[in-house]
Design a protein. Structure first.
Length: 461
């Protein structure tokens, strides 16, 4: 019985983003029973200009592809030619992602099975540090006439494949290729054994790049499903593709539930500053409008007032003073409040907004200050920051049924101080100074609105 056909393929492109950039050249060698039985080689007109640095790298210029076919004109024939053969490529996710997107733009669905020679190389020679194509060709004394040209690279891959078959025992070779087939969705630089222990439980996960550079921190109620989900959408998400090209190691921590996972994720992101996390980064210098009891207007205050016990209301969480003033200005205009009485503008007597009919007249006695204060505080209520309802620290107990696990989260004035496995250990936490964090506040505020509904119990300390 013949083995399935293998198609050794390489594509050249106008860039690295599969959803935006385009293919400029395709070369594919179809191998059956150890023999090249057919090949497909063509330049492709990408329909966009080829950047100069790409032309310098590949040798493919705009004038070379001006008379070449568009991918859409060859898509149907190419898909038929490829059939259900396995695609073999170096860093195969790159080539497969470009092909899937190109076929999609042509109105065709193409989801190939792929074998990555980079991953196979790591399995065959884990002691080697270099697994890029240039290093592999040098190691196996394979000569390429034109680097970064599709046909030459596809030919080189086929020669590399044959060199592996000659060098390694059949059993070792078959084990490496079978493992690659089973784990073909994983990033090229990631050891598949790392994922063996991923639990279907709540927790946080950490992706690392070269030299343990933190790339990304995430959380989920099902770590196994979430982490594997990252590896399924790179063809349609440029950020996912960039991240998966760099992942070399994964770590994770189990938690008792969703609250623990969210709190830990926010904490780790601020501590580690992963390059792929845009949200939940540490925010310095938060501003809020603090309306002290008995005052007729609010004052712009820093984040310290958010954890203070000073009596009054706090409205809004802003990254800087300009944003805070613009938000207050919008509320003033929407509710015909007086910018002069509020303190956003200086002056005495009838304000300019009143002259235009945009102020109800608190500045000139046509509205009492008490009425104005009540209206202003009501208008701002949608921005109100919840007051910490306990006199001090609390412990939030979170339990999970499967697997049976408990955690005790210590919180003080919306600040997460840490978690422990027992109440006794939890009571020892919280000696450090607290600092208000907007993301932690939002997480806690959501869960503490109705703790029982989330399976939580709260104990003041």
């Amino acid at each position: 019985m013949s083995e399935p056909a293998l198609t050794f393929i390489d594509v050249e492109t106008t860039g690295t983003r599969a959803t935006r950039d385009r293919i400029t050249e395709i070369a594919a060698l179809k191998v059956l029973d150890g023999q090249v039985v057919d090949r497909w080689v063509t330049l492709i007109n990408p329909g966009v200009g080829i950047p100069p640095f790409i032309s310098q790298l590949t040798g493919i210029h705009d004038d070379m592809v001006s008379d070449a076919p568009r991918f859409e004109t060859v898509a149907e024939a190419l898909k038929t030619w490829l059939g259900d053969s396995w695609l073999v490529a170096h860093n195969a996710r790159f080539d497969a992602s470009f092909l899937r997107n190109a076929f999609k733009r042509a109105g065709l669905d193409y989801r190939p099975n792929v074998l990555c020679t980079l991953r196979i190389s790591r399995r065959l020679e884990p002691q080697e540090h270099q697994h890029n194509l240039k290093a592999l060709l040098a190691r196996f004394d394979i000569t390429v006439a034109r680097a970064h040209r599709a046909e030459d690279d596809a030919e080189a891959l086929w020669q590399l494949w044959q060199s592996w078959q000659r060098r390694f025992p059949t059993e070792r070779w078959q084990e490496a290729t079978e493992l690659e087939k089973r784990h073909r969705s994983l990033p090229a630089h990631l050891d598949s054994e790392v994922l063996a222990g991923l639990p279907a439980a709540p927790g946080v996960y950490l992706f690392y790049g070269h030299n343990r550079l933190p790339l990304y921190v995430g959380k989920s109620v099902n770590l196994k499903s979430r982490v594997k989900g990252h590896f399924q959408r790179d063809h349609q998400d440029d950020k996912a593709m960039r991240m998966l090209q760099q992942i070399q190691h994964i770590e994770w921590e189990e938690t008792a539930g969703d609250l623990g996972a969210q709190l830990r994720e926010a904490q780790l992101i601020k501590e580690m500053m992963p390059i792929m996390n845009r949200q939940l980064r540490r925010q310095g210098g938060l501003k809020t409008w603090f309306w002290a009891d008995g005052e007729r207007s609010p004052t712009l205050a820093g984040s310290a007032v958010l954890i203070s016990t000073a009596p009054g209301q706090r409205f809004g969480l802003f990254r800087h003073a300009r944003e805070a003033k613009q938000a207050l200005k919008s509320v003033i205009e929407e509710h015909r409040l007086c910018p002069q009485v509020i303190g956003l503008e200086k002056g005495r007597g009838r304000c300019f907004a009143r002259q235009l009919g945009k102020c109800a007249g608190a500045c000139c006695g046509e509205e009492t200050l008490q009425e104005h204060t009540a209206r202003a505080q009501q208008a701002l209520s949608r921005l109100e920051v919840s007051t910490w309802p306990w006199p001090g620290r609390i412990v939030i107990r979170e339990k999970s049924a499967r697997p049976r696990r408990s955690a005790f989260h210590v919180v003080d004035r919306w600040c997460y101080l840490g978690s422990a496995k027992t109440l006794v250990a939890a009571k020892k936490l919280g000696c450090q100074a607290v600092q208000f964090d907007v993301d932690t506040y939002r997480i806690l505020n959501r869960f503490l609105q109705d703790p029982a509904a989330h399976g939580l119990s709260v104990t003041p300390l």
